[in-house]
Ligand binder design. Structure first.
Ligand code: NAD
Length: 507
């Protein structure tokens, strides 16, 4: 790791380095290099050489090494979580939970890669009965991972663990707000796998947007897995388009939670508050909008109020239930959303405009009856702001839930109709009678539609995302009727058409 000690760094960082800061205290934690194009290209070249070795190990060789990494992560869980908490400002136990979930995904990816990606035979069909057909999912080589800061272990590991298990090596550009977490991931892998000294499996490059753009353009990059805002995602896609580099886009969301008339209201209120406020609302699949049917709206709102009003935002000395905004500039967006929700007719149930403080701390805000045109309903807020709107029935809740360009996750609380409502939602993942549950189930693919992106991390789809399907057809014997040769005659064509009529021409 190339960070310099924090206590020696009291001056302004040089142009080729930057400081990582504590969102709680503003203190400098460490400094990291701003890597330029030359450095990034060299990292990708070295990763490409390592990829040949890593691929050659086969599934079993990779599985044992990834299991060793898992063991080191478990043993050093608190050390890694401490860096997460320091750089993001989130409570320590939230950071631990994030690392726990990432470890579970690493285990699943390593344990299932062979079953999902290994070579398997498929039927050649009647017309090609003389062929043996097989498909295998081969690695892409080097995968570039560009990560966000809100879940700096869990989110990028959804790409890193699955890409490595599939036989790729990775060059990782962590967010400029959480570079230390990126180094922790690389450090623990190097500790677990001694060959990493010679074969860099996971290389961290640090810096801002331009460093990420260099990664997109580096010759030899097989795919870019991007997690961040849709606006940055568009820039990443434009850079990748130059060399036809495929992309995986995990972007933002404006996730709804629907409360049906027969829902368990205590559980629904608890889920709405946790889903909306945990990690200070900085969760891509966090609950931002609630649609509750009229019949139970009053009781539900009272329960949400009672739960949210008890939450405390931490200070520099005290962790609290919520940390501060990791990115202080976010407070301007939150102020605009809260202001617009209130001035357009919303009713403050918990907190209000004063809850958004200049020091980056935001206390929970719950606003009811906000017009659907308000930016608090249409744009991602990424803060502890929950909008709760009443609807006459579930049909209207579904209509409003789907009336957005985003489509990441969703939550449904209903005793009887959970699955039916879930299937009508235009999004990538739904939790029923629980919140964000899908993210903790490694077998479930994770990703969105529309402005929330495309492609999937996690699960079998998440493994295949970092591969190319390779199809092989091997002729076992010559067919009596040859149709793909200039030796073909009118008679052989007639015989073929006869077979097709018998096989496909009848109902
Ligand atoms: P961001 O878009 O500002 O930055 C994401 C990453 O892209 C950073 O590492 C940044 O340095 C890099 N970057 C910036 N400009 C670039 C460029 N031109 N080329 C290449 N890379 C560039 O996002 P953020 O603020 O770090 O993260 C918050 C956003 O991420 C929210 O919208 C949130 O919803 C989303 N998010 C989505 C998921 C998901 O899985 N769908 C998970 C977590 C966060």
């Amino acid at each position: 790791m190339s960070a310099t000690a924090a206590d020696s760094a009291t001056t302004t960082p040089a142009p080729d380095e930057f400081a990582s800061l504590s969102p709680r205290t503003g203190a400098e934690l460490a400094r990291y290099p701003v890597h330029d194009g030359e450095h990034v290209r060299a990292a990708v070249r070295a990763a490409a050489e390592a990829a040949a070795w890593w691929d050659g190990l086969g599934f079993a060789g990779r599985r044992s090494r990834l299991a060793a990494w898992k063991k080191v992560l478990v043993a050093q869980l608190d050390r890694v979580a401490r860096v997460v908490a320091d750089e993001t400002g989130k409570p320590f136990d939230d950071a631990r939970l994030e690392v726990v979930l990432a470890i579970d995904h690493l285990d699943w990816a390593a344990g299932n890669a062979q079953k999902v990606l290994g070579k398997r035979s498929v039927s050649p069909g009647l017309l090609m009965a003389n062929q043996a057909a097989s498909v295998a999912y081969r690695p892409l080589g080097v995968v570039g991972v560009i990560g966000p800061w809100n879940y700096p272990v869990f989110t990028p590991m959804g790409s890193i663990a699955y890409a490595l298990a599939a036989g790729n090596t990775v060059v990782f550009k962590p967010s400029e707000l959480t570079p230390g977490v990126g180094h922790e991931l690389a450090r623990t892998l190097a500790e677990a796998v001694p060959e990493v000294g010679r074969y860099p499996l996971l290389t961290v490059v640090t810096g801002f947007g331009p460093t990420g753009a260099e990664l997109c353009r580096a010759p030899g990059i097989g795919k870019i897995a991007f997690t961040g805002s849709a606006a940055t995602g568009r820039r990443v896609m434009a850079a990748c388009a130059e060399n036809l580099v495929p992309v995986l886009m995990e972007c933002g969301g404006k996730d709804p939670l629907i409360v049906d008339a027969d829902a368990d209201l205590d559980a629904a209120a608890d889920a709405a508050v946790w889903g909306g406020m945990s990690n200070a609302g900085q969760t891509c699949v966090g609950v931002e909008r609630v649609y509750v049917v009229d019949a139970v709206a009053g009781r539900f709102l009272e329960k949400v109020r009672a739960t949210a009003a008890k939450l405390r935002t931490g200070t520099a000395a005290n962790e609290g239930d919520l940390g501060p905004m990791t990115m202080p500039s976010q407070t301007d967006i939150v102020r605009r959303h809260v202001g617009d929700a209130l001035s357009s007719g919303g009713r403050a149930i918990v907190g209000g405009a004063d809850s958004v403080r200049d020091d980056g701390r935001i206390d929970p805000v719950v606003i009811a009856d906000v017009p659907e045109e308000s930016v608090a309903v249409t744009e991602e807020t990424f803060a502890p702001l929950l909008v709760v709107n009443r609807v006459p029935d579930v049909d209207e809740a579904v209509r409003r839930a789907n009336a957005t360009g985003y489509g990441l996750g969703a939550t449904v609380f209903s005793a009887k109709r959970g699955e039916e409502i879930a299937e009508r939602l235009r999004c990538g993942m739904v939790s029923i009678n629980g919140v964000i549950s899908f993210a903790g189930i490694p077998a479930l693919p994770f990703g969105g539609v529309g402005e929330s992106g495309f492609g999937r991390i996690h699960g079998a789809d998440g493994l295949r995302e970092f591969t190319r399907a390779q199809s092989i057809a091997r002729q076992r014997f010559a067919m009596p009727i040859v149709v793909t040769s200039f030796r073909r005659t009118a008679k052989t064509m007639q015989a073929l058409l006869g077979i097709v009529k018998v096989r496909h021409g009848r109902l």
